[in-house]
Design a protein around this ligand. Structure first.
Ligand SMILES: [Zn+2]
Length: 87
């Protein structure tokens, strides 16, 4: 049976629920930073090679998806400061 991603309450067939897809994209202004531009490119490559690929990917991109019950939808909206009234 389908369950709310946040509160894990079961959502019976036909119950109102909300599907969501959240993409978290990491950003940093490292390319424009003068320190990086002035850095030794080989040293920068060695640093990047030392980072685990999974760790690096998690820092850059993460997808989270699932379904929410109406109460958890409201909680997510409040958390994100969504101002538009619910319909
Ligand atoms: Zn819920």
């Amino acid at each position: 049976m389908r369950a709310c991603r946040r509160c894990e309450r079961e959502l019976p067939r036909g119950a109102l629920h909300f599907r969501f897809v959240l993409a978290l994209e990491g950003e940093a202004e490292v390319i424009d930073a003068p320190a990086v531009l002035a850095a030794d490119p080989e040293a920068l490559l060695r640093e990047l090679e030392a980072v685990e690929p999974d760790e690096l990917e998690a820092q850059i991109h993460e997808d989270i998806s699932g379904v929410l019950c109406p109460a958890c939808r409201a909680a997510l909206r409040a958390f994100l400061h969504v101002a538009r009234p619910l319909q």
